[in-house]
Design a protein around this ligand. Structure first.
Ligand code: SF4
Ligand code: SF4
Length: 79
């Protein structure tokens, strides 16, 4: 999953950090223009693409882009 935090939308609530089952996010030292400390994805390789962080972010500050392709079941090629 490619994870983008839209910095100026974030209010530093930490929901993405708390709700990610894989602990992909950590709190960074970086602040946005409003003075909120920003989360950062530090373990993106652990992401299961569950979408919870996007779902729980109250400020639409997380943009997810799927990078993993789902494997096709065998025998379904060439339909
Ligand atoms: S999509 Fe799921 S696993 Fe990936 S960062 Fe968000 S909450 Fe964590
Ligand atoms: S849930 Fe959204 S607003 Fe809250 S810290 Fe994460 S990115 Fe920022």
């Amino acid at each position: 999953m490619a994870i983008t935090i839209i910095k100026d939308f974030c209010k530093g609530c930490g929901f993405c950090i708390d709700f990610c089952p894989k602990k992909v996010y950590d709190l960074s030292e970086e602040m946005n223009q409003k003075g909120y400390r920003l989360p950062r994805p530090v373990r993106e390789e652990e992401c299961t693409e569950c979408g919870l962080c996007d779902l729980y972010c109250p400020d639409f500050a997380i943009f997810l882009e799927k990078t993993k392709k789902k494997a096709r079941p065998k025998g379904k090629e060439g339909r």
